[in-house]
Design a protein around this ligand. Structure first.
Ligand code: PEP
Ligand code: MN
Length: 260
């Protein structure tokens, strides 16, 4: 196991930790336009979701797929954030966009593809924002924690880990959600860990079950892709849930979290 320095290592404190609410981050894979994003945010806010996700720089496997609204997306995030008083979670892909993203994001997401991008990790370590560090698609827990340590060594230990599935021989699902990592991270570190069942499964019909499994395994929350019309989404529609589905998942998660 990675040799964690003081910043991330599990501290033995005997004080009973106050239990917070589950961290639920929801929203579209990509911000597609003002109206769809606003409709989604208005619905999620009504449900009680405080943290809204929305990618504007999209790391797509195919260069011909929708790449995100980029600068136009920044403007949309900015005005919706003010109008609805929400917290924004959005992915930083490229160091050149760090300043504009810092301005509007409350949590900066480092995606799976950039988990090994050490210069980027070091820079976000200096950004003074909470970092959501997704697990690399083939990263071991040790490599993932080392990546977190890169951020922490720059003085920022406000890091939330996000398990989003790893690549295995199984092809029925997009990735294999490795819930083993949740109790391991809890045993080894004081970091928060959430689970992304959208990328972890690639299938919307599995999101409810795997969200509940994530909470049962001890995760601090989940991140889910939500779209008003998933079949029409410009990215990741097959793993996005609609409003009605999300409402029921949200209720189930909160009930289970309060029960355990
Ligand atoms: C995303 O959250 O939309 C995303 C691209 O995730 P990942 O980096 O886990 O593939
Ligand atoms: Mn996505």
């Amino acid at each position: 196991m990675v040799k964690l320095k003081k910043v991330l290592k599990k501290e033995n404190n005997n004080k009973a930790k106050e239990r917070e609410k589950p961290l639920i981050i929801a929203g579209p894979c990509s911000v597609e336009n003002y109206d769809i994003f606003e409709e989604t945010v208005a619905f999620l806010k009504e449900c009680g979701v405080e943290y809204i996700r929305g990618g504007i720089f999209k790391p797509r496997t195919s260069p011909y797929s929708f790449q995100g609204l980029r600068e136009e997306g920044i403007e949309i995030l900015k005005s919706i954030k003010i109008k609805y008083n929400i917290k924004i979670v959005s992915e930083l892909l490229d160091l050149r966009d760090i300043e504009s993203l810092i301005e509007i994001a409350d949590i900066i997401q480092i995606g799976s593809r950039n988990m090994y991008n050490y210069p980027l990790l070091k820079e976000v370590g200096k950004a003074g924002k909470t970092i959501l560090l997704k697990r690399g698609i083939s990263a071991t827990i040790e490599e993932w924690l080392s990546a977190a340590e890169y951020i922490a060594l720059e003085g920022n230990s406000n890091i939330i880990l996000c398990e989003r599935g790893i690549r295995t021989f199984e092809t029925y699902t997009r990735n294999t959600l490795d819930l083993n990592c949740v109790p391991v991270i809890k045993q080894k570190t004081n970091l928060k860990i959430i689970v992304d069942p959208s990328h972890g499964t690639g299938k919307r019909e599995l999101i409810n079950s795997m969200s509940l499994a994530a909470i049962a395994s001890g995760a601090d929350g989940i991140m889910v892709e939500v779209h008003p019309n998933p079949d029409k989404a410009l990215s990741d529609g097959e793993q996005s849930v609609n409003f009605e589905e999300f409402k029921s998942i949200y209720k189930n998660i909160v009930n289970l979290y309060n029960y355990i």
